[in-house]
Design a protein around this ligand. Structure first.
Ligand code: NAD
Length: 405
């Protein structure tokens, strides 16, 4: 297949591009490299040394003999170029990772909220309308998030996208199927909720074939392909805005930084290893909906864990200490989470669950590149409201007074 990987320079997009290229697909990476600019804005860098996208593609060609094509294009701001690209290349499938994906970054300031909404909603809508306009019959696979549902305990498993309900009408009860209600907990999650409505409209109005993958928090860093050469290494975010919880605990342990648990650590979240994430995308591509079908929604996760349990596991494994900090987010202190993921299991996914071997691998990577870590960038400082901002802890190591010089 000819596959466009939008956002293919990112943490999930790069290993997906390699995985699918390895299987013989013709891969076109489209990316505006905005994520690299955000690193510059935040004064932080990937824990792992990432080469330029062109250099990464060159090394992949050298190692595998396969070509990765790169196109510099901004989906949100260059509609005409996007449309012309689709017309010229007519991909069979499009995988859409190209959004601003950090909840804390989306809550930093009004400017970051505006950027996240403009970027994410325009990118998705530009893509959908360009697909209709060019008349291509590509299967669109989008990366959404489990976070759209919020994290209040409902007591029933979160289904894969749809909910059967009964409504009272003057002639009695009627059954209906609706999108499972969203309850986004940040501006970033809100954009993913809006994406869902855009998909519903274009599937129903124009017969676009769309799969929306509600992904859990991705952990790990390597996949089979990124291990093949030092310069194929994946991005790894450790900072308070982009670093995700389990990966952050692992790097904190590796550099002797306390594990930063927010609140009671009673938040339960869904997780998936990076290797399973790329495999799920492969499975979703093989199971495309037909034109006229409703949007196909998968819960792309393999297990759920409570944050304090993860911290305790990593502390036990590495001897790290835990710092209990005020929570910069506005969210339930404790929640349960039960999620259905039968569709991927039925398609043959064999989940990689939290094993010490894979956890150790991340700690090893973090130790190797520990010299690249700026400890000042480790705490999460973006607060969800002005009131919460007053209690955010920016110095979990308690070094402020000691380093007065
Ligand atoms: N990383 C996770 O744990 C996780 C969990 C659930 C869902 N997701 C979803 O998966 C997708 C990829 O996440 P990631 O961790 O790889 O993020 P990432 O920030 O590493 O990658 C996103 C890529 O998209 C590009 N991009 C952003 N806006 C663009 C635009 N307007 N035009 C062109 N390119 C643009 C960026 O430059 C970057 O390379 C996101 O949509 C995210 O919401 C990620």
């Amino acid at each position: 297949m000819k596959i466009a990987v939008l956002g293919g320079d990112g943490f999930c997009g790069w290993p997906t591009a390699l995985h699918l290229s390895d299987q013989g697909h013709e891969i076109h990476i489209i990316d505006n490299l905005s994520r690299r600019w955000i690193d510059t804005e935040l004064g932080v860098q990937s824990l792992t040394p990432m080469d330029s996208i062109q250099e990464r593609c060159r090394i992949w060609k050298q190692e595998s003999g396969r070509t990765l094509n790169f196109h510099l294009l901004d989906l949100a701001n260059e509609y005409q170029r996007l449309r012309a690209w689709l017309e010229a290349h007519r991909p069979d499938a499009i995988i859409h990772f190209a959004e601003q994906r950090a909840a804390p970054y989306s809550m930093k300031s009004d400017r970051h909220k505006v950027y996240t909404v403009n970027n994410n909603v325009n990118a998705t809508h530009n893509l959908l309308t360009a697909m209709v306009e060019t008349g291509i019959d590509a299967h669109l696979v989008h990366l959404g998030t489990m976070g759209v549902y919020g994290y209040s305990s409902v007591g029933a498993p979160i289904p894969e996208g749809y909910l059967d309900i009964e409504i009272d009408t003057p002639t009695g009860k009627k059954e209906q199927e609706i999108l499972y209600p969203t309850r986004p907990g940040s501006v970033y999650h809100m954009t993913k909720s809006l994406d869902q409505i855009l998909f519903q409209f274009y599937a129903q109005n124009d017969g676009l074939r769309i799969t929306d993958l509600h992904q859990g928090i991705v952990w790990g860093t390597h996949t089979e392909q990124t291990r093949r050469h030092e310069q194929l290494i994946n991005r790894f975010d450790y900072d308070g805005d982009y670093g995700t919880v389990l990966n952050r605990f692992l790097i904190q342990a590796a550099i002797g930084y306390p594990l930063t648990v927010h609140g009671t650590g009673g938040q339960t979240r869904a997780f998936i290893h990076l290797q399973d994430s790329v495999r799920c995308i492969e499975l979703a591509l093989k199971d495309a909906p037909q034109s006229g079908d409703r949007v196909k929604i998968f819960n792309q996760m393999t297990e759920t864990h409570r944050v304090r349990d993860l911290a305790e596991l990593v502390a036990k494994m590495t001897g790290a200490e835990i710092a209990w900090l005020p929570n910069p987010r506005k969210e339930a202190a404790e929640n349960d989470l039960v999620v259905e993921n039968r569709q991927f299991l039925a398609l043959g996914l064999n989940p990689t669950t939290l094993q010490e071997g894979l956890l150790d691998e991340v700690v090893e990577v973090a130790r190797k590149y520990a010299h690249r870590i700026d400890r000042k960038r480790v705490p999460a400082v973006s607060a969800w409201t002005r009131d919460i901002a007053k209690r955010v802890e920016t110095d979990p190591e308690g070094k402020r007074l000691k380093s007065a010089s």
